[in-house]
Design a protein around this ligand. Structure first.
Ligand code: ADP
Length: 501
């Protein structure tokens, strides 16, 4: 049984007063046109943290108007890349100065472990990503072309225009900056809709952006719901591109809406059912740690979670034993408690969905090795859960559960491992644990996924592109790949001589 930490959150860290609850449009915090608000909930106890202005189509229209004006006539796309970079660096510094408050906002809003927000999400996911793209902003250039005829040509890389960003709730800060930073560096203007479950840090970032000197209209933050505010973004005739992270089903809706409106390009980072392959030569103890980390980090609410773990038969039994021991020592509880490794699921909808998948797994005939139940009687906590005797066709081995639920399976040969790893409609990430370079190289090239972690998991950084194969989407976050997705190429051609063209 996983244990629930019983400390009072207030004894660990000060919960901040919520300062920003309105929409941020054209450099101002404003009420929604309808005057409507919605509740954001603390998943530790189901209580209301704050009421947030609810953006809808009319508010998105206003935000687009501001972003259009800022793009067509404002300074942001026209200033030098170095000048944009300087302002982005200032924003990164302001984020560092507010790290504790920001970390507390993501922890209380999303049930995320506070110390991880403080040491990873905010300094790396926000400040470092901003600095990475700030440094790239003055290195955007085209090429001089060698034409085969008497022509001289060069390419320009121009910002794509007004960009719509729709982000999920599992990593509110990391997603915000993975989207916004390359777009801003490119000279685009942005309307971003945070997820309805986690709007708090996004509004704080809007405030800091203003302090840093990002001109009005360049960054607009409009909280609201998917079918209203989100759909207004994807179907808007005056938004030039939309970048989305979230579920595969919603990704399909967004692509359809983009196609039906103005054919805006889309970038989609969607679901996953990522495999971790552990080979016989692995250090079993370390591999078991990695497997648990891969599924339990952020309570399994991460699209790259290693939800399918395949272990080679020679070490399977020992591995299973270690997993049981280690999962029992994994502390679930208040995310502000420094000893806790896993907080509550984000809301009651996710909580119910995960528990119903667990029930489904039992009905399908898989064996519940550990966990499977809620923890405590308040909030949305779920035990680390591991199923064995899982068949690859089972729903729990095919659907993205987005919770702390691992499907543990066995394999014989490297060929079996590759086949099983690819037996999914998704292709976001994969992990390989082996000391054998031939295995690592062969398997890395054979798995159809956008990122392969060898002897590690969640090795993310600002310069490392991240995105999906297959139904995990297309387009890449982070790295120069993401910067390029916010730029378009224009060719300029002139005759070299005064020729009769
Ligand atoms: P989940 O179902 O896990 O909450 P979603 O993929 O539905 O994840 O949500 C991710 C983001 O997509 C959120 O910001 C949500 O508001 C938004 N969203 C949901 N439905 C739509 C939609 N039909 N159009 C545009 N955005 C949407």
């Amino acid at each position: 049984m996983a244990s629930l930490s019983n400390g009072q959150p207030e004894s660990f860290v000060k919960i901040p007063t919520i300062k920003f609850t309105k929409l941020f449009i054209n450099g101002e915090f404003v009420d929604s046109i309808s005057g409507k608000t919605f509740e954001t909930i603390d998943p530790r106890n189901g209580e209301i943290i704050a009421r947030i202005a609810e953006g809808d189509k009319e508010d998105i229209d206003l935000a687009v108007k501001a972003a259009r004006e800022a793009f067509d006539h404002g300074p942001w796309p026209r200033m030098s890349g170095a000048a944009r970079g300087k302002i982005m660096m200032k924003l990164a510094d302001l984020i560092d100065q507010n790290v504790e408050e920001l970390a507390a906002l993501d922890a209380i809003d999303g049930g995320k472990v506070y110390t991880l927000c403080k040491t990873l999400d905010i300094p790396y996911g926000a400040a470092n990503t901003l600095r990475y793209y700030a440094g790239a902003a003055d290195k955007i250039h085209g090429d001089v072309l060698k034409m085969s005829r008497e022509l001289h040509a060069y390419t320009l890389r121009e910002p794509i225009g007004v960009v719509g960003h729709i982000i999920p709730w599992n990593a509110p800060t990391v997603m915000f900056f993975a989207k916004v930073s390359p777009a801003l560096a490119a000279g685009c203007t942005v309307i971003i809709k945070p997820a309805e479950q986690t709007p708090l840090s996004a509004l704080f970032y809007a405030h800091l952006a203003k302090l840093a000197g990002i001109p009005d209209g360049v960054l607009n933050v409009v909280p609201g719901f998917g079918p209203t505010a989100g759909a207004a973004i994807s179907s808007h005739m005056d938004i030039d591109m939309v970048s989305f992270t979230g579920s595969t089903d919603v990704g399909r809706e967004i692509m359809l809406a983009a196609a039906r409106s103005n054919l805006k390009p889309v970038s989609l980072e969607l679901g996953g059912k990522s495999p971790l392959l552990v080979f016989d030569d692995a250090d079993v103890d370390k591999a078991a740690d990695l497997a648990l980390f891969g599924i339990l980090f952020n309570k399994g609410e991460i699209c790259a979670a290693s939800s399918r773990v395949f272990v080679q038969e020679g070490i399977y039994e020992e591995f299973e034993k270690k997993l049981v021991e280690k999962s029992k020592a994994w502390l679930v509880g208040d995310p502000f408690d420094p000893n806790v490794r896993q907080g509550p699921q984000v809301d009651n909808k996710q909580f119910d969905k995960i528990l119903s998948y667990i029930e489904h797994g039992k009905r399908e005939g898989a064996t519940l090795l550990v966990g499977g139940k809620p923890v405590g009687n308040k909030g949305y906590y779920i035990e680390p859960t591991i199923f064995t005797n899982v068949k690859e066709e089972m729903i729990i081995a095919q659907d993205e559960i987005f919770g702390p639920v691992m499907a543990l399976m066995k394999f014989k040969t490297i060929e079996d491992a590759i086949k099983s790893a690819n037996n999914t409609k998704y292709g976001l990430a994969a992990g390989i644990v082996t000391q054998n370079l031939d295995i690592a190289n062969t398997v890395s090239r054979s798995i159809r996924a956008g990122i392969i972690w060898v002897n590690c998991y969640y090795g993310f950084d600002s310069d490392c592109p991240y995105g999906g194969y297959k139904m995990s989407g297309f387009g890449r976050e982070l790295g120069l790949e993401a910067l390029n997705s916010y730029l378009q190429v224009k060719s300029v051609v002139t005759p070299i001589y005064n020729s009769p063209w």
